[in-house]
Design a protein around this ligand. Sequence first.
Ligand code: 6PG
Length: 247
Amino acid sequence: MSKAQRDIKIEHSAQAAARTATQIFKEITTKAIERRGVCHISLAGGTTPRRLYELLAETSTTDEVPWSRTEVFFGDERDVPLDDVDSNYHMVQRTLLDNAPVDWSRVHAMRADAEDIDAAAEEYEATIRHLLPPDDEGIPQFDLMLLGLGGDGHTASLFPGCEETLNETEKLVTSCYVPVLGRRRMTITFPVINASRQVLMLITGNDKAEIVKRLFGEGDESLPAGRVTPRHGNMTVVLDADAARLL
Ligand code: 6PG
């Protein structure tokens, strides 16, 4: 994706970056509801989005997000039970979902702890296909795809070296063994990421400066996150000064 199509916002602190992301989140969700009466979002795991989720859970913001008409999905999940401290669902539940007026029937956890993770991935994909409207190429379209960035350039659970998963063109959700972790993951794939109406990537912290420079400063498209090129052109990257210090 050309840099011109990426809107990069650099904030002075991680908290300011989370506040900017909160504003963008509110704008996207309210616009989706105004236009279509429902909003479809995919949330990121890890640690970076915690501040965003905590801000979204604060009363003022909660009132401004149409949670009762928002379908909540997850971009990836670890192969642990949903109540495990390592679960992305668990993190989102504790920071956001337990503190916002969500419709729990519209919260869709990824069951990467399932006995048959491949069947669980197929089931998750079927739910996405059933609930989301298709884009101009017939791919289910999220209104908001929230992503993070790993220090190795992964996003969701699309890791360097996992070529079959990175090159997946048909499946929207798949499972993969990640050698560097020694664990399996469930993840959405690039076809559904790149069909999204809006991608929001939130990256903070000094430890991300090098990978941010490679990805956005040098345009290193060999990195998995370099393949995030939303076809509908809307991608916003929100950074704090620490993560952006080498740009
Ligand atoms: C996960 C995430 C993953 C995350 C990056 C960054 O399951 O870990 O979905 O893609 O966004 O690893 O993680 P941090 O925010 O913890 O740096």
